[in-house]
Design a protein around this ligand. Structure first.
Ligand SMILES: Cc1cc2nc3c(=O)[nH]c(=O)nc-3n(C[C@H](O)[C@H](O)[C@H](O)COP(=O)(O)O)c2cc1C
Length: 208
């Protein structure tokens, strides 16, 4: 699934947003019937000094940017910190070329302590993703910590969160025509997906 890339923006080793991302990755791999989950870039493993200095020439950062360039679908996961996405994620987004997300489909995911900052992805992250060229930014998947309880040694989603993740995957795999027919039946004006670079799931599967 080289055309699918995950970015994990948590500085924590045992990360709830990482667990949320893993659930999404697993569901995507199952839906696409591929054995491996998507490639993941764990941002806390990139050289911090280079990130903070905005040094995009450091080798692991060059590699991460190259992986992003190849990707067609990008899952962006972050914890909510101080009513916004993590500074680690911002440090990485800051070293990206200006059009780094052009033509890509993006799914934002976040975990937060409560619902208080549910909209942080929409008011804080979405404009930054758009500034980097992304037009197709899907509905975010937000989980509270309570929705990711610890089972044995891993955070697992409660049933309702699992259903929302399933829906996010189903939305990604929905054929463009079916999506257009569904949204065109709505009374509100929407941008037909045909005008957005369509997510080619088959292409993603073939390049796995
Ligand atoms: C420094 C810090 C700031 C936080 N700020 C918020 C916040 O403003 N709103 C919120 O809902 N949760 C906040 N939280 C809780 C985290 O978002 C939450 O526990 C999240 O699931 C952590 O994800 P992680 O394990 O992937 O790092 C904060 C946690 C930390 C450590």
């Amino acid at each position: 699934m080289s055309r699918i890339l995950s970015l994990l923006g948590s500085p924590s080793a045992r990360s709830r947003s990482g667990a949320l991302l893993a659930e999404m990755e697993g569901r995507l791999a199952a839906a696409l019937d591929v054995p491996q989950p998507p490639r993941r870039v764990v941002l806390r493993e990139l050289p911090a000094a280079a990130l903070l200095a905005g040094d995009a020439a450091a080798a692991p950062i060059v590699e991460a940017i190259a992986a992003l360039r190849e990707a067609r679908l990008v899952l962006v996961a972050t914890p909510i910190y101080k009513a916004a996405y993590s500074g680690l994620l911002k440090a990485f987004l800051d070293v990206l070329p200006q059009d780094a997300l052009r033509g890509k489909t993006i799914v934002p995911l976040a975990s937060g302590g409560s619902l208080a900052h549910l909209l942080a992805l929409d008011y804080a992250l979405r404009p930054v993703l758009a500034a980097l060229g992304a037009h197709d930014i899907r509905a975010a998947v937000f989980a509270t910590d309570a929705q990711l309880p610890l089972h044995a040694d891993a955070h697992r989603p409660v049933h309702e969160l699992g259903l929302r993740l399933d829906r996010a995957v189903a939305d990604l795999l929905e054929p463009a025509e079916a999506w257009a027919a569904r949204v065109e039946a709505r009374p509100v004006a929407v941008v037909p997906r045909a005008r957005i670079p369509a997510l080619d799931v088959i292409e993603a599967r073939c390049s796995a």
